[in-house]
Ligand binder design. Structure first.
Ligand code: PMV
Length: 316
């Protein structure tokens, strides 16, 4: 049996991070140019039930059931096998790797989970709906940060731009039609971003002054709805202004940083129509919207301002 390869893209949140944890909508898009990859092959000499994992990027090599009980790959495989009703899969090797930068808000954890789920599912000769792939990944995401909104697993499982809103009874997930394709440049501050810490700190601040934070979340939600209309109508030239407005609100929420603000400002100075931090903040990534023809200029402005990595992607 030939090896099976499955991949999953990275992601970037375009509008609405953090407020999405509090029930406001958000928009995220897949980043196809960086990907997690899972290769699954039969191990004809291995005992049934054994799944041997190799993850050279993180120096990991072990059978999945020898990993700590809360290891994301162990939890992923455990949840997947029970979802599929498989007690002892034929022995196999699962090799995972990724070109998605870690701890930078590009969804590397969710993408590794999703590539692994799809690889093992295909190896077992079956398939799962995107919705189920996303649901299993959500359970694994909870290990990384206690109260994830679910937007990361959703956009990566669906591999399409999504408008997402967390609901107590079934999340609102709408695939966004894109009226006119546009380019984004994602710039990395090089400073690791801890989603759990940023989300946790914001929760403490919210608990102390709910009225202020709820108002800010409402303003973010309004921006998301306006952005959605512009994206659908193909009026992307007006999107930059909304990114700028969203960034100001993220600053007020206390999740920006000097480095993020510097890159955001540099992107605008070098011609971007708008820019904002993306994801949990404090470090990690920002995202800029360069008008057509200005991509190289914005990229060079970001590099000069200290971006350690740039990823370009087109939203279509
Ligand atoms: O994991 P990141 O860095 O993309 O951030 C997730 C976005 C947050 O809104 C801050 C948290 C969440 O669960 O939606």
């Amino acid at each position: 049996m030939p090896a099976i390869t499955a991949t999953a893209p990275g992601k970037v949140i375009l509008f609405g991070e953090h407020a999405v944890v509090y029930g406001r909508p958000a928009i995220a898009v897949p980043v196809q140019s960086v990907r997690a990859r899972a290769v699954v092959m039969a191990d004809i000499h291995g005992p049934s039930g054994r799944i041997h994992i190799q993850a050279p990027d993180i120096n990991l090599e072990a059978d999945y059931d020898q990993l700590p009980l809360d290891h994301p790959l162990r939890v992923t495989i455990h949840l997947l096998l029970s979802e599929l009703g498989v007690k002892k899969p034929p022995a196999c090797r699962l090799r995972v790797s990724s070109t998605i930068p870690i701890a930078s808000g590009m969804g590397s954890g969710a993408a590794i989970t999703i590539a692994s789920i799809r690889g093992i599912t295909a190896f077992l000769g079956t398939s799962l709906l995107d919705e189920r792939v996303s649901a299993i990944t959500y359970e694994v995401e909870k290990l990384y940060h206690g109260t994830p909104s679910g937007i990361d697993n959703t956009v990566i499982a669906y591999q399409q731009p999504v408008y997402f809103q967390k609901k107590s009874q079934g999340n609102r997930i709408e695939v966004l039609p894109v009226g006119k394709p546009f380019q984004l440049i994602i710039g990395d501050t090089g400073i690791p971003s801890s989603t759990a810490k940023a989300v946790g700190d914001l929760r403490v601040a919210w608990q102390q002054d709910k009225a202020t934070y709820e108002r800010l979340f409402d303003q973010v939600g309004e921006i998301v709805d306006r952005a959605r209309q512009l994206i659908e109508r193909g009026e992307t030239d007006k999107l930059g202004e909304l990114m700028n407005e969203n960034h100001v609100l993220l600053q007020k929420l206390g999740v920006s940083s000097e480095e993020l603000d510097r890159l955001v400002e540099a992107a605008r100075q070098s011609g971007a129509a708008g820019a904002k931090l993306s994801g949990a903040g404090r470090g990690g990534n920002m995202v800029a919207l360069p008008p057509p023809g200005r991509i190289a200029q914005v990229a060079s402005g970001l590099k000069k301002a200290g971006a350690v990595r740039l990823v370009e992607t087109s939203v279509a």
